[in-house]
Design a protein around this ligand. Structure first.
Ligand code: DI6
Ligand code: FE
Length: 388
């Protein structure tokens, strides 16, 4: 397929893309189109903006139930940590997720997935972490894989067994006797693309996370970490020492942590939806990340508690307004940098050889994607060269 009359920012004189066998085969000016493409079907984009398909690199989109009641408690003044210590929070979603079978978890996740797709998302990451037992952790990951069968998107899975300590359990016992064996079982079933954890006072210590990461390393799986969200336990530096794909949240990250990420080449995944929902006041160290050349991605963190957000466009707006990221950083944060956070080198950029996952927008200036609130200017999507 030939897409001509396209607005391709940053590509000098380029107004045409040729897609062949699911990939970008040629980019340039229509006037220079090589004759080999003479018979290929053409579509006039009438000047519309073309970006890579958007990538949501951090979601908990598969989960049972909702936490609207907890939302009300927080409006009445309870903090996220207080709710969590009172038996609400993550462990209440665990009960609802254990109750759901594969089909019901799939049916409840799909409307959220479809909301992302409607805004041009073509790749999403999905974590386990609301099972906290072997059976439910694996079920969540199977549902994540099924999403990629019933929708045209790519799904990358992360095993997040180390998300919370289940009610009545001891954290060390849980890590060694439940979480790590579940990781091995999920890996054996081909369900795991990466391994994640939650390093925090209300979750796991760096030493406990390190035990999970050691197993990930043995299995040849990349790691990432929820780090420095509510306090600084040195989680990002720990993740960096394992060559992590990313450190996520990182509101409380200090300069030592930023340097560690720069050295390991890990991506800083910023989650303004959680910052907004929890009314956090400590912003991630954006200037330090910039100065140290740490790539910044943005993601929804779509989950029922701290970020009930299913819009990557709104996430971009929040990245700008709450974190003062520039609109071009926001766009790179949901394309090239998000791809990097997932270890995917075949997508996220408009470049020859890349997978033809594209979003086509009815806007003149790419900054419009970040600036409007609650408005979706998507015109069409292309998944691996196919219109939808
Ligand atoms: N941090 C988060 O933002 C999500 N998990 C985590 O470790 C929130 C999960 C939840 O509140 O259900
Ligand atoms: Fe998260």
């Amino acid at each position: 397929m030939i897409l001509y009359n396209a607005h391709l920012p940053g590509i000098a004189d380029g107004d045409t893309l040729v897609l062949v066998a699911g990939k970008i085969d040629w980019i340039g000016a229509m006037a220079d189109l090589p004759a080999v493409y003479d018979d290929v079907q053409r579509v006039d984009l009438e000047g519309r903006l073309v970006t890579p398909g958007l990538i949501d690199c951090h979601t908990h989109i598969v989960h049972g139930g909702n936490r609207a009641r907890e939302f009300e408690m927080r409006l009445e003044g309870a903090s996220y940590e207080e709710v969590s210590r009172a038996g609400g929070g993550i462990v209440s979603t665990v009960a609802a997720t254990r109750d759901g079978d594969e089909d019901s978890l799939l049916q409840s996740a799909l409307p959220r997935v479809d909301a992302l797709i409607a805004e041009g998302v073509t790749t999403i990451e999905i974590k386990s972490g609301y099972g906290l037992d072997r059976e439910t952790e694996l079920r969540m990951l199977r549902v994540a894989r099924r999403i990629a069968q019933v929708r045209p998107i790519t799904v990358c899975t992360s095993f997040l067994g180390a998300h919370a300590v289940p009610k009545g359990s001891d954290a060390d016992h849980y890590i060694d006797e439940i979480c790590i064996p579940a990781l091995r079982a999920a890996h054996a079933e081909g369900l795991v693309d990466a391994v994640d954890g939650f390093c925090e006072g209300i979750a796991f210590t760096p030493a406990q996370i390190a035990r999970v990461f050691d197993v990930a390393k043995q299995l040849g799986l990349p790691v990432k970490l929820h780090a420095e969200q509510l306090s600084n336990l040195g989680g990002a530096a720990l993740a960096a020492s394992y060559g992590a794909l990313s450190a996520d949240h990182i509101e409380y990250l200090d300069e030592t942590g930023v340097r560690a990420l720069a050295k390991s080449g890990s991506v800083a995944v910023l989650l303004p939806g959680a910052f907004y929902t929890l009314r956090e006041t400590q912003s991630p160290p954006i200037d330090l990340l910039r100065q140290n050349g740490v790539p910044m991605a943005l993601a929804t963190d779509c989950n029922p508690g701290s970020s009930p957000l299913a819009s990557l466009l709104l996430t971009m707006n929040m990245g700008a307004t709450l974190f003062r990221m520039t609109p071009s950083e926001c766009l790179a944060g949901v394309t090239a940098q998000a791809a990097r956070a997932l270890g995917l080198s075949d997508r996220g950029e408009i470049r020859t050889g890349q997978r033809a996952d594209l979003a086509i927008w009815d806007v003149a200036d790419p900054a419009e994607l970040t600036y409007r609130i609650g408005f979706n200017p998507l015109w069409k999507r292309v998944f691996a060269g196919e219109w939808t």
